[in-house]
Design a protein around this ligand. Structure first.
Ligand SMILES: Nc1ncnc2c1ncn2[C@@H]1O[C@H](COP(=O)(O)OP(=O)(O)O)[C@@H](O)[C@H]1O
Ligand SMILES: [Mg+2]
Length: 364
């Protein structure tokens, strides 16, 4: 007679592999609740990250593992709950935002903004509430990439902004406030002020993740972000070339120095995926992202191919995660989103007293 006790079921569930994360449910920090319900055990698995793309397969895998180990025919439900993770230093959390994820790179033109917007959309598709903050005061690209060029955020109280909404994301960009085409020649204090205003004077609404699209390098914006904004983690975007990696390494070190956790590396424009036959070819060499990740002891979050459709769709305001949700690019971005969110979920939780107080105004 196989052992179908609750602990035996729990053990079987804990060992179910999550192949794309290189771990099992226990290793991913999932909570497992088993209750006997009229002869048929009821199993609820709660992940710390959104995983709509994995849910069905995972429910099947869990049920199969229980059947195999214990003989029981369980009813299985997989869900998630995203908690706030501790940011750098002792900073208070941003009101309305559980986790700030910064997207950084050493060099410009590596596809940081493209990665940021698709990562944000992919996190949303996976089941999270997501916003994006375009912090590139020198070259804001999110208004264009989200089809919001020429729009302006409203202010209800003359002090704070309501974020715009595109494809379900809350969006704020310096591009809404200054002419997108005008070259911005702001220096240190103005950049700091602009970034602080966009971050702290936007009414974010209960977001699991706020993705921040940074300008390239290690300048005033990065400094402001690392000193003032509670960042739960940063992802580094690089291309496979040696030179891009070397600069990416500098960026990575800067975040490490100020105590912002580096969640991993995304390699963009990794391969050329032939739209005719699907064959992938490495135009710029291989292993760049891997060697950067290995050398710095951080995870490789994934590879995105170079593909004319990614550029065309993103520039048209409908990035591939929206325009072609079943395509190769969207599939990669969603896997990257799950890995990023899973890496964040393994970080220590934010301290309770660091949650901003919610003030209920009496408007009567
Ligand atoms: N994987 C990709 N395949 C094809 N084009 C891409 C890809 N990633 C980015 N691009 C294009 O490269 C250009 C630079 O990308 P962008 O995201 O603006 O870079 P960054 O923010 O790092 O300066 C844009 O025209 C974008 O559409
Ligand atoms: Mg950019």
């Amino acid at each position: 007679m196989p052992d179908s006790s609750i602990p035996a079921i729990e053990r079987a569930v804990a060992a179910v592999p999550l192949a794309e994360l290189g771990t099992d449910l226990a290793g991913a920090g999932a909570t497992i609740a088993v209750a006997p319900a009229g002869g048929r055990p009821e199993v609820i698995v709660t992940l710390g990250f959104p995983a709509a793309g994995l849910r069905e397969a995972l429910e099947r895998d869990v049920a199969a593992a229980i059947r195999q180990a214990t003989g029981a025919d369980a009813r299985v439900q997989v869900g998630w709950k995203v908690l706030a993770r501790a940011p750098q230093g002792n900073l208070d959390l941003l009101p309305g935002v559980r986790n700030v994820i910064a997207v950084a790179s050493g060099k410009g033109g590596v596809g940081k903004s493209t990665t940021a917007v698709n990562l944000a959309l992919a996190l949303a598709r996976e089941g999270a509430k997501v916003g994006i903050l375009d912090a590139d005061v020198y070259g804001p690209s999110q208004p264009l990439m989200l089809g919001l060029s020429g729009s302006q955020p409203e202010s209800r109280d003359g002090k704070t902004f309501e974020p715009l909404v595109a494809h379900g994301l809350e969006v704020i960009s310096v591009g809404f406030l200054v002419d997108e085409a005008a070259p911005v020649i702001w220096r240190g204090p103005m950049v700091t002020q602009a970034i602080s205003q966009l971050t702290f004077q936007t009414n974010w609404h209960d977001l699991d993740y706020l993705v921040v699209d940074l300008p390239p390098g290690t300048g005033d914006t990065q400094l402001t972000l690392s000193q003032k904004v509670p960042v739960a983690g940063v992802v580094i975007v690089t291309t496979p070339q040696q030179v891009a990696m070397q600069v990416a390494r500098r960026g990575l070190r800067m975040f490490e120095k100020v105590g912002v956790p580096v969640l991993g590396v995304i390699e963009n424009m990794s391969t050329f995926a032939c739209p005719e036959c699907g064959h992938e070819e490495s135009l710029f060499g291989t292993g760049g992202g891997e060697s950067l990740a290995a050398e710095c002891g951080i995870p490789m979050l994934g590879h995105v191919p170079i593909n004319a459709a990614i550029r065309a769709q993103t520039d048209a305001g409908r990035p591939p995660v929206i325009a072609e949700p079943e395509g190769l690019a969207a599939t990669r971005y969603r896997q990257i989103a799950r890995r990023t969110a899973a890496a964040l979920a393994r970080r220590p939780a934010a301290q309770k007293h660091k949650f901003p107080k919610i003030v209920v105004e009496d408007r009567g």
